[in-house]
Ligand binder design. Sequence first.
Ligand SMILES: O=C(O)CCC(=O)C(=O)O
Ligand SMILES: [Fe+2]
Length: 388
Amino acid sequence: MASSTMKTPLVSDMRNMHLQVDATNESWAKYSRGELTPQDFFFPSQLLGKDRVYVPHDKYEEDNEFPILDLSGCLLDHPSMGFVGQVGHGNDDELIAKKMVEAAEKWGFFGVMNHSVSLELITRLQAHARRFFNLPMEQKLKGGRTEKTRTGYVAGSPNFFPQKWWSEAMYLDWNPTQLQQFFERVWSQECDYHDIRADVLEYTAAMGKLAQRILSILAAGLGVNRNQFNRYFREESTSVLRINHYPPCPHPDKIEGLDEHRDPTLITILHQDDVGGLQILKDGKWVGIQPNPKTFIVNIGDILMMMSNERFQSVMHRAVTNSSKPRMSLVFACIPVDDDVITIPEKLVDSNHPAKFIPFTWKDFRKNIYCEDRVDIYCSLEEVVISN
Ligand SMILES: O=C(O)CCC(=O)C(=O)O
Ligand SMILES: [Fe+2]
């Protein structure tokens, strides 16, 4: 059935849908078996709105205003300072914290450079991922994500989803056992996946540290306790690394790699390769973010937006396709621990700034995102919003 004739599920329908994880039935798997044509991936016309304007993958923010912060002068919670939460003494600390808060308020997105994560590690991880995505579909599907595993291969958008994404992804846990099981399913005993596993664990550990640091800087910039946000992000959280792969696409103006969405995270830390394709909705216009291998792109997710009492923005973004080059992004979703109660710090609430949300847990919140997956355009905040 052509996607344009499909009925768009309502948010309430989506909430009642149980997650049927079946990678063999996802859009990219079906396309690779010849069961779907590129036309089936065209954006459904009933979802077309004015903000759907196509912007090519290599057209970037023109006036260079996109905030990029240099972390090298910032000693606040630098790994060499020992432990997170330590008071920083760098001269630039205050300035960086101020700029980061401004970026979070105005853009919801910012870049960080001189972040201490090695470029070699990033390059190795990209090479491993490329090797995985180049495997035959049947072999990738052996590692398909299931109801029980967070780690696994996702072959595009779920079957019932109105828009089909021109992409595939790997979800990688920072739990060594889950990783081991995933690699064993894909490669049996036949290959040296131990290197991959070691690099994934090194990368997720580096992302964990960077996330702690950024959350701490943002807290300092808001004038709240430095551990206010990063205490929600701990090893037992369900944080996950998602590696997206967008193959070249015959109709980039009609087919999206990843549909517009906001991330239901505390923050997301993204690395894109040199191809380009990440776009964010800024003042009603889609703006392309120029790739730079030495820069991570950080975005404020829904949870931190709520904890900042809406001072920070959680901004719509999408990944567009292109017709000539495959593209990859490494996306670390930094998520709270299930049962922690998420609240707004007292300092951010007064008579001029009444609380906009009631306390909630990540577990409760997740129920409103129809599944644990990242199909967060259907994410509903309404149950925790205080309407004035
Ligand atoms: O690939 C990209 O640049 C965007 C990925 C993204 O937004 C996500 O995985 O949530
Ligand atoms: Fe995202």
